[in-house]
Ligand binder design. Structure first.
Ligand code: MGD
Ligand code: MGD
Ligand code: SF4
Ligand code: MO
Length: 745
């Protein structure tokens, strides 16, 4: 094969289009990785609507990771003390099926859990839902999106009646004011951020506000950086709302006709006077007023957020408080305005469409809604009542379920919980107690493999065909362009085979992933995320933004005509690039609902024993637990080792100097980091990156310290803040491990 393949970058939710071509080209030397494997060539796809040919360092280097330390064969062992031995697929499937049947008999379906990932393709997600929720009869499918986007999901549902980010990337270049809160988009959503930053530079009148306790690269680009104390976002936003109200900057027509619950909200924000808010947030009254003034003076305001908002014990309230600002000023449904969550993973959006959290069903449906359950049961052809009416276990519930013995079988796929879960020592101890863990990953070793009884080799990006949906609802086909190594299989194929062996032969008789996708799209008919007009075949021509019902092509023409007549209609909304352009929302009364929230602050505030707030997050080059980026030379050089950011004032009070080692301890655990002394972080707060698990550095795990206390609505843990103590240590740790042994698996 010599021609290139169009696909999507498998890292972040920006969802950049890539073009991949084979390693060997006539007359050119083949690039090889350090194991001698030829490296595929990757460049940006100029025709992709979201990224227009741009890529960041992660997308550009992805191909270097494809052949290193891959898991090739199924591996099994009886207990975690034993070594793995190679097994055939036949043996592995047989073992898994028997074990599922045994747990069904002894403990029931609630004891079976699957923990998946926003790095699944939509087909993987869909078949997993059908297997777990439909056939096994357990809603215990949760994904790492629980640690990531679930507060955005619940915030959208509560305010608008449905999930779904209403904006699109074009809005980045149409806004008058970008309000970025709890997002380091310059490092984590670089290509979306580039579009905004370029536009901002060219248009002096356009304002950029960044709210982040750290002076990140994103904050460097802003007109106004509000370095608030961690966990004071609601105070800030209620304080801005208070000023907007005081100045009379309300869109009363919009509030009256298109929203509900305004009086309750107005009552709350009355209590957030500028002096109180500035004190709580640790900013000046002037800066608070400037932020509110920028908002008030802008025709179109776009807010962007990610983990600084979602990963919080009041994450849903934070999301709704952002949305409140839009609702009170009518900043929604127009180009350049609206609340826009930046999705973390490449297909967390597709996961939401396919019902990939323990309280969801495919097609933006809810487990707790009897009509939704009945619709899905009917479509799947299963017994009425088979889908349990109770939401399943969340990711953290699965950990506590292992502790209590309620979980009898845990199947983990495309996520590395032995690094990424909160309170990692507790997580690992729980994983050690698991009676039976299946771990399905593309790489070996990873930290979680140490806790598995069965390892299943997964085909990854480039080795299977399927779709992913990015932050702006654009669906892209990721085509396979190379064979999977060894005996690796696509995730959906593995789930389907287990389904057939459990007796659901017809239900899982999928010929290929296009067939799976077609079945899934039918379940979105008439739903907010209607993709019935999309198929693999159609996506081969170009990516498509949803909603995209079956008759979209005709309706697009019609809606363009309607728009040119400047008429508002449900039709023009349905087929436009933005949601809610007709200002009708998906709630029963069609109105968006104000949330009325007082701030509660951090779940674990600092105290005399643990006087600092630890926050955790990401670096530009690395991806999560490094299974890919840790194996790419250029990225390793970019970020050679873990570190802790600490303010000079705090450092000097503890005699900590640049590059000395600091022991960070919380109520749950401790780790050691090299000190990086910087004014980019506020005094009283320290930052460590989340990327170094036990395989990559000695004792430098961010999650050794974090806690699992979660938002009561989204059940998303507060990974962004816990109370810690700091102490200078003499020993030169951590040690980083670069060269992993090539796998025997
Ligand atoms: N390079 C890179 N990019 C990635 C990823 C990656 O691993 N590496 N992962 C992807 C995924 S899955 C995700 S979820 C996204 C995450 O993208 P981001 O959310 O942008 O990344 P984080 O670094 O986790 O956190 C963002 C910021 O929140 C700030 N913060 C902490 N506490 C608070 C608070 O109380 N209030 C406010 N306002 N801010 C706070 C932190 O200082 C940090 O700068 O990135 C995606 N993109
Ligand atoms: N302290 C702290 N902890 C955090 C966060 C934080 O900000 N701070 N962020 C949280 C967030 S937002 C997220 S999203 C999580 C991310 O945490 P994880 O999901 O644990 O991180 P990844 O390293 O992306 O793990 C993905 C795994 O899937 C494998 N994989 C890749 N492609 C495929 C495939 O097609 N099939 C299969 N079966 N496997 C595949 C990879 O090899 C890798 O092992 O971390 C969370 N944890
Ligand atoms: S911005 Fe995100 S999607 Fe785009 S190339 Fe970088 S990692 Fe990939
Ligand atoms: Mo994430």
């Amino acid at each position: 094969m010599t021609e290139s393949t169009k696909t999507l970058c498998p890292y972040c939710g920006v969802g950049c289009g890539l073009e991949v071509s084979p390693p060997a080209q006539h007359g050119k030397a083949t690039n090889r990785d350090h194991e001698g494997n030829p490296i595929w060539r990757v460049r940006g796809d100029k025709t992709h609507p979201s990224s227009q040919g741009m890529v960041c360092v992660k997308g550009a280097t992805i191909a270097e990771s494809l052949d290193k330390n891959r898991l090739h064969f199924p591996m099994v062992r009886n207990s975690l003390n034993e070594k793995f031995r190679r097994a055939t697929w036949e043996e592995a499937f047989d073992l898994i099926t028997k074990r599922i049947q045994q747990v069904l008999q002894t403990q029931g379906s609630e004891a079976i859990c699957m923990y998946g990932s926003g790095q699944f393709q939509t087909e993987d997600y869909y078949v997993a839902q059908k297997l777990m929720k439909g056939c096994i009869g357990s809603n215990n499918f949760d994904a790492n999106s629980r640690l990531c986007m679930s507060s955005a999901v619940s915030g959208y549902i509560q305010s608008f009646g449905s999930d779904g980010p209403p904006c699109c990337y074009d809005d980045l270049e149409l806004t008058d004011c970008a309000f970025l809160i709890g997002t380091n988009a310059a490092e984590c959503h670089p290509i979306a951020f580039n579009r905004l930053a370029k536009y901002h530079k060219r248009n002096r009148k356009v304002k950029m506000i960044v709210v982040d306790p750290r002076r990140t690269q994103t904050a460097e680009a802003a007109d106004l950086h509000l370095a608030i104390r961690p966990g004071t976002d609601i105070d800030l936003m209620n304080g801005m709302a208070h000023l907007l109200m005081r100045w009379g900057c309300l869109d009363t027509g919009f509030i009256d006709e298109c929203t509900s619950n305004f009086p309750a909200f107005a009552e709350v924000i009355r209590h957030y006077s500028p002096d109180v808010v500035a004190r709580t947030c640790g900013i000046t009254i002037q800066d608070l007023a400037t932020a509110a003034r920028y908002w008030a003076d802008s025709k179109n305001v776009l807010s962007l957020w990610s983990m600084g908002v979602n990963q919080s014990s009041e994450g849903t309230a934070k999301v709704r408080t952002i949305i409140n600002l839009h609702l009170m000023t009518g900043q929604i449904g127009r180009p350049g305005s609206g609340p826009f969550s930046l999705t973390g993973q490449p297909n967390a959006m597709g996961g939401r469409e396919a019902g990939g959290l323990s309280h969801l069903l495919p097609g933006y449906r809810l487990i707790k809604n009897p009509q939704h359950r009945a619709e899905v049961e009917e479509f799947w052809g299963i017994k009425p009542g088979k889908i349990s009416p109770l939401p399943g276990l969340t990711a953290w519930d699965m950990i506590t379920g292992l502790e209590t013995g309620d979980v009898g079988l845990l199947w983990v796929a495309a996520t590395n919980p032995a690094v990424s879960m909160p309170d990692i020592e507790r997580t690992k101890a729980a994983l050690l107690k698991s009676p039976f863990t299946i771990y399905q990953d593309a790489y070996y070793p990873t930290e979680t493999a140490a806790y598995a009884h069965v390892l299943l080799p997964a085909a990854q990006w480039g080795e299977k065909t399927g779709v992913m949906t990015n932050s702006e609802r654009v669906v892209t086909l990721c085509q396979s362009f190379r064979p999977a190594p060894g005996e690796a299989k696509a995730d959906w194929e593995i789930f389907a085979e287990v389904g057939r062996r459990l007796g659901y032969v017809g239900e899982f008789a999928f010929a290929n992933s296009a067939h799976v996708y077609n079945e899934f799209t039918q379940l979105t008919l008439g739903r907010p995320c209607d993709v019935t007009g999309i198929s693999h075949e159609k996506l081969k021509q170009s990516p498509i933004q949803w909603p995209y019902p079956d008759n979209s092509d005709e309706c697009k023409v019609l809606s363009a005509e309607l728009r040119s007549n400047t008429q508002h209609s449900a039709l023009s909304t349905r087929y436009s690039k933005r949601l809610y352009t007709d200002l009708r929302f998906a709630t029963p009364d069609g109105r968006a609902k104000f949330g009325a929230y007082y701030s509660r602050g951090l779940a674990e505030p600092p105290d005399p024993d643990y006087p600092f707030i630890l926050t955790t997050g990401r670096l530009y080059g690395h991806w999560h637990t490094q299974t890919r980026t840790g194996r790419i030379e250029k990225i390793r050089q970019m970020h050679p080792e873990p570190f802790i950011e600490i303010h000079p004032r705090d450092a000097s009070s503890l005699n900590i100097t640049e590059n000395s080692y600091v022991e960070v301890g919380s109520r749950r655990g401790s780790a050691r980091f090299k000190a990086k002394i910087t004014r980019a972080i506020a005094p009283g707060t320290v930052f460590v990156p989340m990327h170094w698990g036990a395989l990559w550095a000695e004792n430098a795990e961010a999650n050794a310290m974090t806690h699992p206390i979660s938002c009561p609505d989204s059940l998303q843990p507060e990974l962004k803040a816990c109370a810690v103590s700091l102490a200078l240590v003499k020993i030169n740790l951590p040690i980083t491990h670069y060269q992993l042994e090539p796998s025997e698996c």
